[in-house]
Design a protein around this ligand. Sequence first.
Ligand SMILES: [Zn+2]
Length: 81
Amino acid sequence: MTDIFIAVAIGVTIFWVIRKILIMLATPPPVIDPGEIIEVEHHYRCSVCGTELIVTAASVTETDPPKHCREEMTLTWHGGT
Ligand SMILES: [Zn+2]
């Protein structure tokens, strides 16, 4: 009898987790506020593979450098604000 309760509990848990994941995937990302985007000129380089990236517009709320090869890119030059 205990096995049935354990099986039902596991089943409900798996159903709940899958439901949460599907809701998260179905939710569209938030709308970007144009007022929070500023023009910049940031040059980044990946310290792992050497890929270079120039960012011309950035969010004022997201100040972390972009990632490449699962590492944060190194800021090599910046102009503007
Ligand atoms: Zn890289």
